[in-house]
Each structure stands twice: as structure tokens, then as C-alpha cells.
Design a protein. Structure first.
Ligand SMILES: Nc1ncnc2c1ncn2[C@@H]1O[C@H](COP(=O)(O)OP(=O)(O)OP(=O)(O)O)[C@@H](O)[C@H]1O
Ligand SMILES: [Mg+2]
Length: 549
């Protein structure tokens, strides 16, 4: 407004000058010039305002500074990112905006090195630790892009600063998840093969035990072999759990009831010198999980908590309903938004350093002495929780205790067939079709089934089994098949058989079901599932259970 008044005054004074005649000559021309200048200045003002809007809408911080680190101009994002205001931002030097990880002395040298690169190359890009001058504890990671420029005729540097702390955190978490996935595949593969062989050992021992006179040294020795094999099977079960390939038998459960039922066992496990506090939520959604997996989770977390306590600590178990929103899920790559039942296990023990915390889910990672920990506890918990589409969060600091939160998805649907009670051990006269590609296991299962009176048609190859069935008109009551086989898998084999003989029901055997068959498929097919390695009683009970259903 003021400028416009100045222009008008100037115009009037120009017009006031000179002869009447020359006034007539020059006046229109001058007037036109002045109007032109006025318009140009107005458009410049507009353009400046527009550029400022752009400058301040940038998400990245922009700092224009000179080669001494003096701040010349900043945008709004810079003020927000560094926690300063327009007035105070210039009172700090660029060094005040940097975390002195190399010492203040080194920092200055570092700046001069960067600036000389900038002078020779014209630009530079690097990662840096930034600090907020008013809250130096809250350093953050940034990516800085520098360009040489002129600012009001003076040599200057334009720094574009991007906060990448969130990106780095997510990258680290993704890396951890990928590492655990590949370890899981390896562990799962080893455990699967070991499982098959253990199955053979347990099965033949069962058969020998049948024939061995009771309470003789022979029976006793066989019992020892059986025990050792079952113990090894427990270990492979842990590895399969970590690899998320543990055969499971999920049901609709109330976590309060399950945790409550482990209370007595936990009490004994934890010992008299520590307090055990149990805070069940008054209302709790149900979850869809194998109850034995809940036992595994609770036991592993409670034992870890006990090991972290000195003398006379407290372990608290708690349940709650929790809604996970988009924002939370965004910060935890494992988490999906939705409703969860959360089991929290807290201890006031020695806690963990960030370095230990970064590795706790790795199989075989342990800080406990030789023979005290195998490092499979949390790996197992991790596998179980992921298998059930949940996630874990951990809060811990050295000397501050530890909190594990296990999130399990709220159960939405109906219960598709809870498990019936144990079926008495009985044989039968029906004809069964048995398919298993592992010859030793095939032979074993055949002996067990024939020993119980069944007629068994068997083959180690699915295609051959189909042929057997086609050339034989005898009614078949049950297909007992391995799930994972080369060529045709167990589920596909059943599909083919089902097409011509819909009355045949399937019993799937596997060390890991999750890859080829879903739990829903199992319930749709009214199929049975038996986990390998199985014992003789377990196989006979399962067969009878399906035949009688
Ligand atoms: N509540 C806790 N407090 C402090 N550290 C813990 C806690 N839980 C786990 N840790 C750390 O995580 C490591 C791994 O735990 P994990 O349960 O997987 O194995 P472990 O307890 O050492 O052995 P295992 O459970 O196989 O007997 C532990 O050795 C310990 O250092
Ligand atoms: Mg443990």
C-alpha cells in the first residue's frame, strides 16, 4: 500500500515538472511505463508469496546456510523437525543441529570436509545424526542432501533434511522378521526329517513292547528307548513350532480359563521366594488356538521371568481385550489392525539391553550358562504366536524389568467341531487304504493297523494307490495318507478318491500340516489329522474315532 502511494507521488511530481508542451508529450509515455512497473512488481510479489507457500509445504526440512554454518533461511518443516521457532532458529549454528557423535572438535572438521566436497562436486548426499538444540537427548537419524547456491548474491548451501528414523526402525524390524523366517525354514526342514525317523523308532518300539513280557529287563530297556525318542520328539516339536509348522488342534478357548488352569504348575515352577500375581480381565473375548500352545507360551514366558528375578521378585500375568488401530499397526510390521486378546507377562527382574533384546527370538540365542538354556523358548513362542496370526511386543530396559505382550486375534466365527473326548483303544475289521512315501513308516503303520485287525491296502506312491482303488471293488472305509508327498499330495489324492467314492473319509498324517491344508479344509472334509511322529495307541485311537464318527 505504502509503495503504491510512493508511485503515485512520484507520478504526480513528474507531471508537475516541465513545460506544458513537454508535459503533453511525455506524460502518457511515463504514465504507461509506471503502470507497467507497478504490474511487474505486483506479479513479483505474488510469485514470491507462491514460492513461500511451496517452500513451507515441503515435508522435508530445508536449511539455507553459509559455509560457516550460519543459518540464513529455514522452512516450517525445519522448525517442526528441530523444535525451534522462527526467531530462535537463527541463534544456533549448524553444529548445534548435529549430534556430536564424533566429538565437537571432530564435528567441525567433518563439516569442513563435507563443504569442500560440496564445493568441488556441487552437491552431496549423506546420512547424519541430527539433534534438537533444546532437547539434546532426542537425537534422530536424517538423510541430508546438500547443494551449493547463491543466496542474495552470497555463496550459500541449501540443505534438504529428511527424517529417516522411522524408516530405519521399520527396516531393522523387517530384517529381523526375514532372518527369523529363513531360520524357521531351516529348522522346520531338519525337524521334519528327524520327526519321521523318530516315528519309526517309537512305532517299532511300541510293537516290540507288545510282545515283550511285562516287567522284564527287555521291556524295561524298550521303555527307555521309547522315552528317549518321545523326548527327542518334544524337541522337534519345539523347532516345528518355531518354524510355524507344528501340527495343531485349535479350539475356541477362554484365555482366562487356560491361564487359570496353569496356575498350580506355574506356582511350583516359579518357587516360593517369588510372588505370582494374576489379573484376569472381567470380560474377555475368546480366541481360536490349540490349548497346549497356550501352555507352551505361558510356561516359557514365566520361566524366563523367573530366571530374570533376583531374590523375591514379582511376576504378573494379565489378560485384556485390545483394539489395534492403523497407527499402531503401522509401527509394528507384525501387527494387523483388529481386535485382540492380550496376555501380558511382566517381571521386575534384571531386564535386557537393547542388544540382547534384538536377538531374543533367534533360535538358540541364550544368555544363560551352558546347560541352563537352549535358547528355544522364545523362538517357540514367536512361532506359535505367528502361526495363530498374532504378534508380540516387548518392553524392557536394563534393571527395569520386562513386559511381554502376546496378542492373539479375537475369535469371530463359530466353533467348527471341538475335539471329542479320547476314544478307547480298539481295532476293527474295515478295509483301509494307506499311503505314505516314507517306506519305513508305511511298513510300520501297516503292521500297527493289521495288528489291530484291519485289512490294509497300502502303497508308497499316491498314483499307485489310485490304481489299487480302481482295480478293487471292495468298499474302503478310510484313507490314511501322508500329507506331503512328491507328485500328488495327500489332500489332492483325497480329492481324486472323493470324486468316485464320496463315502471314503480321510485321515491325514503329517509333521506339518500348514503348508498343504488349512484348518478350515480339515473341518470341511470332516477329516482327521494325526501328528507325526505318532504312537501306536494314537494311530489306533484316531482311526477308530473317524470310523465311528
Ligand atoms: N523376562 C526376561 N527378562 C530378561 N531377559 C530375558 C527375559 N526373557 C528372555 N530373556 C532373554 O532372552 C534370552 C532367550 O530366551 P529364550 O527363552 O529363548 O531362551 P532361554 O531361556 O535362554 O533358554 P530356554 O528357554 O530354551 O531354556 C534369554 O537367555 C535371556 O537373555
Ligand atoms: Mg527360556
Amino acid at each position: 500500500m505504502k509503495e503504491r502511494r510512493d508511485w503515485n507521488q512520484m507520478r504526480d511530481s513528474i507531471i508537475g515538472l516541465g513545460e506544458e508542451s513537454s508535459r503533453r508529450t511525455y506524460y502518457p509515455e511515463l504514465l504507461a511505463r509506471v503502470t507497467q512497473l507497478e504490474a511487474a512488481q505486483e506479479s513479483l510479489r505474488q510469485s514470491e508469496a507462491n514460492l513461500r507457500v511451496l517452500f513451507n509445504s515441503l515435508h522435508d526440512a530445508v536449511i539455507v546456510h553459509d559455509f560457516e554454518g550460519r543459518v540464513l533461511e529455514v522452512n516450517d518443516a525445519m522448525l517442526a523437525m528441530y523444535g525451534v521457532d522462527q526467531k530462535s532458529c537463527r541463534t544456533y549454528n549448524l553444529m548445534d543441529y548435529s549430534a556430536p557423535s564424533v566429538g565437537d572438535q571432530g564435528l567441525e572438521a567433518k563439516f569442513h570436509e563435507i563443504w569442500s566436497t560440496l564445493r568441488s562436486e556441487g552437491h552431496a548426499l549423506f546420512r547424519w545424526k541430527a539433534r534438537r538444540p533444546l532437547s539434546p537427548g532426542l537425537d534422530f537419524d536424517v538423510e541430508v542432501s546438500l547443494r551449493q547456491a547463491f543466496w542474495f548474491g552470497q555463496e550459500a548451501v541449501v540443505a534438504v533434511v529428511r527424517d529417516i528414523s522411522e524408516r530405519l526402525r521399520l527396516e531393522a524390524m523387517l530384517h529381523q522378521a526375514q532372518k527369523l523366517d529363513s531360520l524357521g525354514q531351516l529348522a522346520g526342514g531338519v525337524a521334519h526329517d528327524t520327526n519321521n525317523m523318530l516315528g519309526v523308532i517309537i512305532g517299532y518300539t511300541d510293537l516290540l513292547l507288545e510282545d515283550a513280557p511285562a516287567a522284564t529287563p527287555l521291556a524295561n530297556d524298550l521303555e527307555q528307548i521309547r522315552k528317549a525318542a518321545l523326548h527327542s520328539a518334544d524337541l522337534t516339536r519345539q523347532l516345528l513350532a518355531f518354524a510355524r509348522k507344528q501340527p495343531i488342534n485349535p479350539q475356541v478357548v477362554d484365555l482366562n480359563v487356560l491361564v487359570e488352569s496353569t496356575h498350580k504348575m506355574l506356582r511350583r515352577l516359579i518357587g516360593e521366594q517369588h510372588a505370582l500375581v494374576w489379573k484376569p480381565s472381567t470380560t474377555l473375548w475368546s480366541v481360536w488356538i490349540d490349548p497346549s500352545q497356550v501352555d507352551q507360551i505361558v510356561t516359557n514366558l514365566a520361566v524366563n521371568a523367573r530366571d530374570a528375578l533376583g531374590s523375591g521378585g514379582t511376576i504378573t500375568l494379565e489378560t485384556a481385550n485390545v483394539q489395534v488401530d492403523e497407527t499402531y499397526a503401522h509401527q509394528h510390521p507384525d501387527a494387523k489392525p483388529g481386535d485382540y486378546v492380550v496376555l501380558t507377562v511382566t517381571d521386575d527382574g534384571h531386564g535386557m539391553t537393547p542388544e540382547v533384546q534384538a536377538r531374543i527370538f533367534d533360535p538358540f540365542f541364550t544368555t544363560k550358562g551352558l546347560g541352563r538354556g537352549t535358547g528355544l523358548g522364545l523362538a517357540t513362542v514367536y512361532g506359535i504366536v505367528r502361526q495363530n496370526e498374532g504378534f508380540i511386543s516387548v518392553y524392557s530396559a536394563l534393571g527395569e524389568g520386562t513386559t511381554f505382550r502376546i496378542h492373539l486375534p479375537k475369535h469371530l466365527g463359530e466353533n467348527p467341531g471341538a475335539q471329542e473326548a479320547e476314544v478307547a483303544l480298539k481295532g476293527g475289521k474295515e478295509t483301509l487304504l494307506l499311503v505314505e512315501d516314507e517306506e519305513a513308516l508305511l511298513e510300520l503303520a501297516q503292521r500297527i493297523l493289521e495288528g489291530a485287525g484291519y485289512r490294509v491296502m497300502s502303497s508308497s506312491r499316491p498314483i499307485e494307490a489310485l490304481h489299487l482303488m480302481e482295480t478293487n471293488s471292495e468298499p474302503i472305509a478310510l484313507l490314511v495318507t501322508d500329507l506331503i508327498m512328491p507328485g500328488l499330495n495327500g489332500s489332492e489324492l483325497y480329492q481324486r478318491i472323493h470324486a468316485s467314492r464320496p463315502e471314503v473319509r480321510p485321515l491325514f498324517l503329517s509333521g506339518y500340516p500348514a503348508d498343504t491344508i488349512t484348518l478350515q479344509e480339515l473341518s470341511e472334509k470332516r477329516a482327521g489329522f494325526l501328528q507325526k511322529p505318532f504312537t501306536r495307541p494314537a494311530l489306533l485311537a484316531k482311526v477308530r474315532e473317524i470310523l465311528d464318527a
